[in-house]
Design a protein around this ligand. Structure first.
Ligand code: PGA
Length: 265
């Protein structure tokens, strides 16, 4: 949604249920005074923390997400988690196609597409992650990679579910320990490519789809990223896993986003 700010964190395979609960209590207290009219904060903990997390946070305060989902409602898929199980836990957002799923766990564009279709059909907000590898970047294939991931990932996604679609641009070379954050200009350029591709696919309604940047966001680079015209939010890993540190980032970038989006002069 234009004129709205999205800030969230994927906790990856960190924090037990108890640690997630402490983190969420601390975070919701620290940001309790911030109006949610123009701001969505979301946290994506491990599957085993979801139930505790749901009982810890209020709906509308912090949105609760899952890191992955199988596309089938049920079946002989040992170790997988179905959309019905996530619905049952009160999950609101499902993250699909994170770089670690694609590049460490071998998830294909076709699987990402089935998951995206299923997540949207079940009424979740789908946070679809795209991003090029260092090799694709070196070969000058970044834009082609992003366009391919979008066109295959969103194959068959109807226009009327676009208001529940969020995109995260997360260059693989920028993510995690050893990652190099993308410069704000580079990231903004790729957000523009993503937005252009979405508008080719869906026309002007694609303007409703927020595009978030992720990959080594930290207190040092968050303001510059937030100021860029095509960046609608930040999707943060390590730098947000301490509630106080995330609170600091949220308070630093909020006025930057608000000024850019004309919410305040
Ligand atoms: P990072 O993780 O901020 O620790 O680089 C980002 C992500 O994987 O979403």
């Amino acid at each position: 949604m234009a004129g709205h700010i999205y800030l969230g964190s994927n906790l990856k395979m960190y924090k037990t249920a108890r640690q997630t609960q402490d983190y969420l209590l601390n975070l919701s207290m620290s940001i309790g005074d911030l109006s949610r009219r123009d701001l969505t904060v979301f946290i994506i903990p491990s599957f085993t923390s979801l139930d505790r997390a749901r009982r810890t946070i209020h709906k509308g305060d912090i949105l609760l997400g899952a890191q992955n989902m199988h596309w089938e409602d049920e079946g002989q898929f040992t170790g997988e988690i179905s959309p019905l199980m996530l619905e049952d836990l009160g999950v609101e957002v499902v993250e699909i196609g994170h770089s670690e799923r694609r590049h460490v766990m071998g998830e294909t564009d076709a699987a990402v597409n089935r998951k995206t279709l299923s997540a949207l059909a079940h009424g979740f907000i789908c946070l679809l992650c795209v991003g090029e590898t260092a090799e694709q970047k070196a070969l000058g294939l970044s834009d082609e990679t992003l366009r391919t991931q979008l066109k295959t990932g969103l194959w068959g996604v109807p226009t009327d579910s676009l208001d529940r679609l969020w995109i995260a641009y997360e260059p693989v070379w920028a993510i995690g320990v050893g990652g190099t954050p993308a410069s704000e200009d580079y990231a903004d350029g790729k957000h523009a490519v993503i937005k252009h591709c979405l508008s080719e696919m869906y026309g002007s309604v694609a303007g409703r789809v927020p595009v978030l940047y992720g990959g080594s966001v930290n207190r040092g680079n968050c303001d510059a990223l937030a100021a860029m015209p095509h960046i609608d939010g930040l999707f943060i890993g390590r730098a947000a896993w301490d509630a106080n540190a995330f609170n600091e980032i949220i308070r630093a970038v909020l006025p930057v986003f608000q000024r850019k989006q004309g919410m305040v002069k």
